[in-house]
Design a protein around this ligand. Structure first.
Ligand code: PEP
Length: 269
């Protein structure tokens, strides 16, 4: 199975100049490694998600490269245009050349009170506009402490079930355009990580759950996210249930981002 390593740049870098430096670094290192070693190859698909203000420029810059580009969110209100100040639609994202969007990141759920209904709207608009979705789910520290992880992910995954109930014909489309990222909220940006065994069990549960929604979702890509770095990536990559990583902090430096990609690349050998 192809691994995915996705960089969520969040509200970074600060300036277009810094974005260009990061992109130049990424592209130079990907090209260098492709030429001199077999370390980074097609076994690991790279993708980066810049902020909306940088999306069109990054997308244009990556157009002829092997690195894909994603938005970090899309509007729930309209798939195309409308009076929704501050929003960006799936159609507008698509127009930049970006082919994917992250949805349901815990920071969006926390700071923008994104509900299940809101995420269903967003996912519907994305899929109908041909935008792939990296759907983030995961429990808080409190929920982890009282062992509610599987209950929480089941509740969050019900958005996919609801989409299929509304549009049964989208099952095959979802199989190609939906990735689940399991991100325990308490592990994001904290340096704390669950054990690989815990992640593996949760991923197995996620894979079984979505396969129960539709046969075509039987081989769903499930990524782990939360304080993945160059030092711990090998241990996550070694587990067959972990198909890649969604990376925040460590995606802001080409070296650490590509070291994580290399770990997943080696593990798929
Ligand atoms: C994230 O925000 O999706 C994330 C995984 O962040 P970090 O890698 O910094 O924990």
């Amino acid at each position: 199975m192809q691994a995915w390593v996705i960089g969520n740049w969040k509200q970074n870098p600060a300036t277009s100049q810094d974005v260009n430096i990061l992109l130049d670094d990424l592209l130079a290192n990907v090209a260098k490694k492709d030429q001199t070693t077999s370390e980074v190859s097609n076994r690991c698909q790279l993708m980066v998600a810049p902020s909306f203000i940088h999306l069109a420029a990054v997308s244009a810059c990556l157009k002829d490269s092997s690195i894909l580009c994603a938005a970090q969110d899309i509007s729930a209100h309209s798939p195309s245009t409308g009076a929704y100040t501050g929003d960006c639609s799936a159609q507008q994202v698509s127009d930049t050349g970006a082919k994917w969007t992250i949805l349901g990141h815990s920071e969006r759920r926390q700071y923008h009170q994104e509900s299940q209904d809101c995420l269903l709207q967003k996912m519907t608009h994305a899929i109908n506009q041909g935008i792939g979705v990296v759907f983030c789910i995961g429990e808080t520290q409190t929920q982890y402490d009282v062992k509610e992880t599987l209950q929480v992910v089941d509740e969050q995954l019900s958005v996919i079930k609801a989409l299929l109930a509304q549009q049964p014909d989208s099952a095959n489309l979802l199989a190609e355009r939906l990735i689940v990222a399991y991100e325990p909220v308490w592990a994001i940006g904290t340096g704390k990580v669950p054990t690989v065994e815990e992640v593996s069990k949760t991923h197995q549960h996620i894979k079984q759950t979505v396969a129960g929604f539709a046969d075509s979702l039987g081989s769903m890509t499930v990524l782990y996210g939360g304080s993945v770095n160059a030092d711990n990536a090998d241990s996550f990559a070694a587990d067959a249930m972990i198909d890649g990583a969604l990376v925040g902090g460590a995606s802001l430096k080409a070296d650490s981002f590509l070291a994580i990609a290399n770990a997943f690349d080696r593990a798929s050998l």
